[in-house]
Design a protein around this ligand. Structure first.
Ligand SMILES: [Zn+2]
Length: 128
């Protein structure tokens, strides 16, 4: 399975369980020594999400692509875009969105994705 296919499958599973986790909340949020975001959910499940993974699963319409278009996040990189690509996986800031999720601002200025707790809980424990 290619990496993009594995990511797509993770996202699909997380979206499938969104209703199931509609009431999930984080009990604890912290950063690991190697820069991953660790979330303990109130059902006792926890996982550490690397910035690379969080950027790859960005739920915004641009990154996911609309029907029939290639998601931007997976465009083939040219050498001139490599610096920008590195910034794509640097987290500038994380802000709560209401009581239902997080908004992440990335080093390249991208900030359209809202990561709901339900979405993150659906991703938790999945490693393709
Ligand atoms: Zn995005």
């Amino acid at each position: 399975m290619k990496k993009n296919d594995a990511i797509d499958a993770m996202i699909e599973r997380a979206q499938d369980t969104r209703e199931h986790y509609a009431r999930i909340e984080p009990a604890e949020l912290s950063w690991t020594d190697d820069g991953a975001m660790r979330i303990v959910f109130d059902d006792g499940v926890s996982d550490a999400f690397t910035p690379e993974l969080l950027r790859a699963v960005c739920p915004c319409a641009d990154c996911r692509g609309t029907h029939g278009t290639v998601p931007k996040a997976f465009n083939i990189l040219t050498s001139s875009s490599l610096v920008g690509a590195a910034k794509q996986t640097v987290i500038d800031s994380v802000e709560p969105v209401g009581n239902y999720g997080l908004a992440i601002t990335w080093g390249d200025g991208h900030d359209d994705g809202i990561y709901t707790w339900a979405y993150l809980r659906g991703l938790a424990g999945q490693r393709g």
